[in-house]
Design a protein around this ligand. Structure first.
Ligand code: ZN
Length: 386
């Protein structure tokens, strides 16, 4: 698949809308949820107001979506590009998540703009970064004032008051390595981890956003040897089990029964994307591991007891073999808890709290579908789970 073949949303805010490829529709028309009409004098006022919704993203707004990072430069750039293009066009564009089609005049402009951008991007890495940034910028614009910034559900479906927060043992840190098309997706489960445990115990790292990836890889470097583990999403290969790797009590770094405060936590990386995207995400992790560590062997673990996620009822084919990202995190905690050197940290309770959070999300999504008069059963569109 060419780098520009990343799937893009046809509607930004829809939680279960299938994705289309740019080859089927133009990136600009498919990645921005738009309602457009021909410009006339009456629309001028509306247009000015809507351009107001394209104000630059502040650091506060950006971070409220679930990250402590600065605003990625390319995301800010893309938002500026969209604003400039909208101002040039003869249409007004409403970012509201309600869907719609663009008229020909804006489409011509967008095609031209897209070609210019491609021409200016010199290598495949830049192209990947651009499309990640574009995906994220468009999702963010389309979600403003529509989604709750904490739970990523439509404001009327907000589940925040029902979610019970929990402290994660300080010896563990989760990294949610998220594909851009999962960003602000209502049925994403990776977001639950930082909602529950906080952004310092469960950090968002967006695929292709180099600021995020640099933060994560710097943390890996600072953590030292044997402190970074990738949860391998494919059972066809045979990575080490949690028991194989962590039975040795060297990992708990105990001093008088307590973890040394100067010790860095164990990093667990969870690939948070659909099955079809996870291979590219894994490959990117592996390439960077090799280039930074000079080691061909990416340290991977697999879980022994992955059960079907409750989320599977609503969302088929997650990257984790028949389960979802939050359930995978709970699986790590549960399996570590069974090992004597980890048994004192109440990881089983933290796993249980994660399961409870998944139930809360599932209830919210079911209620949303019922409210919208939709079926709560998913069609089996994808059957590529193992
Ligand atoms: Zn909420």
């Amino acid at each position: 698949m060419p780098l520009w073949g990343f799937y893009l949303p046809c509607r930004i805010a829809a939680s279960v809308t299938p994705f289309v490829q740019p080859s089927q529709k133009s990136i600009w028309t498919t990645s921005v949820s738009l309602v457009s009409t021909t410009m006339d004098a009456v629309d001028k006022e509306n247009r000015d107001r809507e351009l107001g919704s394209l104000v630059p993203v502040s650091v506060e707004e950006w971070q409220q979506w679930g990250t402590s990072s600065p605003i990625p430069a390319m995301v800010a750039e893309v938002i500026e590009d969209i604003k400039a293009l909208t101002q040039e066009s003869e249409v007004h564009v409403n970012f509201g998540g309600s869907g719609g089609k663009l008229p020909g005049s804006f489409k011509d402009l967008e095609d031209k703009k897209l070609k210019e951008v491609y021409k200016s991007l010199c290598d495949s890495e830049k192209k990947l970064q651009y499309f990640s940034a574009r995906q994220i910028a468009c999702r963010l614009l389309g979600s403003r004032q529509h989604l709750c910034q904490k739970c990523w559900l439509a404001v009327e479906d907000c589940m925040c008051s029902k979610l019970i927060k929990c402290s994660l043992w300080q010896g563990i840190k989760f990294w949610i390595y998220m594909h851009p098309k999962d960003f602000l997706r209502q049925n994403n489960t990776g977001k639950l981890l930082w909602q529950m445990f906080g952004i310092h115990s469960a950090a968002l790292c967006l695929f292709g956003i180099h600021e995020h990836e640099d933060i994560m890889w710097n943390a890996f470097r600072d953590s030292g040897k044997n402190k970074t583990w990738f949860l391998y999403p494919n059972r066809n290969e045979s990575p080490s089990s949690v028991k194989d790797v962590f039975s040795d009590d060297q990992f708990t770094n105990l001093h008088d029964g307590k973890m040394d405060v100067f010790e860095k936590p164990l990093n667990f990386v969870l690939i948070d994307g659909t099955w079809s995207n996870s291979a590219a995400m894994y490959r990117r992790l592996k390439e960077r591991w090799i280039s930074t560590r000079g080691d061909e062997h990416l340290p991977c673990i697999s879980l022994s007891n992955l059960g079907a996620s409750v989320m599977h009822k609503l969302r088929p084919q997650p990257a984790w073999d028949r389960t979802c990202t939050a359930a995978a995190a709970a699986g790590i905690l549960d399996e570590l808890h069974l090992l004597p050197s980890f048994s004192m940290y109440e990881l089983d309770k933290q796993a249980g709290a994660t399961g409870d959070a998944l139930d809360v999300l599932l209830d919210a999504l079911v209620n949303r579908r019922l409210r919208l008069g939709r079926s709560i059963k998913r069609k089996a569109r994808h059957n590529n789970c193992i």
